[in-house]
Design a binder for this molecule. Sequence first.
Ligand code: F6R
Length: 240
Amino acid sequence: MEIIKVKDYDEMSEKACSYIVEKIKELQEPVLGLATGSTPEGLYDRLIQQNKEQNVSFKNVSTFNLDEYVGLGNDDPNSYHYYMNEKLFKHIDIDKNNVNLPNGVAKDLDKECQDYEKKIIDAKKVDVQVLGIGINGHIGFNEPGTAFTSRTHVVDLDESTREANARFFASLEEVPKKAITMGIDSIMQSKEILLLVSGSSKSEALDRLLNGEVSEEFPASILQKHSNVMIIADEAALNG
Ligand code: F6R
């Protein structure tokens, strides 16, 4: 794992943006894996800027998001469909047909998971998967105890995850109890992983990821086994 140490959130976002832009320029049909949450917002702002001011085009880019809440439709302001559209897609020249997120309101959720997994396989793998990390070590919504062999699946969200994400909702009760997430194995199939970590609240998780044992009890620890991981972490995350 390569670790890039940066001063703060802005520098993390800046470095992540340069990295993704290089990939977009280098690859003919780049496939990006995307995350939601607070961590990648600065990256998305900068990608929009690159698209508008530097003519970096997303016309040939395809995307796969990690996860979506079960029960929230595309127009729900708390759905990840809505988040991605507001924070990135509607501002750039990406072809909406190349954008993929799990459908959290699918009638048959298991079939939705299988179909999503097949789409990722058909896309011949994600070139760069952007990840954040949960304070409990989750990646995507793969909570502690998730099998390392898991592919896209429906999960019960941990109470700690619901509490951490309650800041986006009117109340904790409104935070969904289930989500669809790419599995650990789906994430590990990506050719490269770009993990972004910012803030002292993530320092314990980052330390455990870097120095702890590889265990399903701490999902992010599996990244130690991936051959191409870049971590961009700020001082607060590195020093606590
Ligand atoms: C989001 C996701 C999650 C987040 C993690 C950190 O799509 O899959 O794993 O990356 O919960 O969230 P933030 O960035 O809000 O601290």
